[in-house]
Design a protein around this ligand. Sequence first.
Ligand code: FAD
Length: 265
Amino acid sequence: MNVLIVYAHPEPRSLNGSLKAFAVQRLEAAGHNVQVSDLYAMGWKATLDAGDYPQRPDGEPFNPMSDSQRAYEQGTQRPDISKEQEKLRRADAVILQFPLWWFSMPAILKGWVDRVYAYGFAYGVGEHSERHWGDRYGEGVMTGKRAMLMVTVGGWISHYSARGISGPIDDLLFPIQHGILYYPGFDVLPPFVVYHTSRTDDARFTQLSAELGQRLDSLWDTPPIPFRPQNGGDYTIPDLTLKANIAPGQSGFPIHRRQRPDVCG
Ligand code: FAD
């Protein structure tokens, strides 16, 4: 299998650097072909701007969506963007690895998503009609591929628990797991999260490696998070709200995961 690790940490000797090295070694030892996009080492350009589309028409206002679409369709994107798209096409599984910075991913990784997820590639795909609102949330160019987050977190696990002050980790990661990964069609595996990173010493690193190793060994058979497919019948189209008889009276991120039984009437 082909595994792509998109890695966002500026220091190779960091905890993230050690975990990434372990992951590559473990996956390769199991016979997988591993490719790493090490964004800081690559000097990845983090901002989407008009310079990404060198052949856009002179004098026209820059429109990130339509310029992205035109460049994608005409094959005139900057090569750094098309190379990453090609890596995604080739991958059977994608791991996004990063330290939690200000409750999200580092800007360089967000910039990778902004630029690589072109219109026509990761969004704006499929039939748009009264019964099918595009191939998205469970369908799209990444259908059949698996994705997982590997995240390190300075705070304690309790800070990110259901009643923790930082908010539940599943809620914080929802925009990434549901919005960035499930949207273009990935099956999203539960994240591998390391909390309280400052507590890491050799003994803990050994323990973390063992846990990560198990997650990597089961990359192909771990059940994905049961997000609800947009076009699977749970939502009304085109307003895209969960049908009234599903999870009645409930709201928030958790309703977009299937739980049985959650249908009334
Ligand atoms: P490092 O700092 O490199 O290492 C952590 C510990 O692991 C160190 O003690 C190190 O000695 C040890 N270690 C590293 N490698 C090994 C090894 N091979 N064997 C044994 N021990 C090892 N945290 C939050 O909870 N929420 C936030 O919103 C948040 N925002 C942040 C924003 C910014 C801009 C920054 C800089 C930090 C933020 N943090 C936040 C903290 C951040 O999540 C952690 O600092 C980060 O996850 C730690 O990962 P690292 O790879 O940088 O660890």
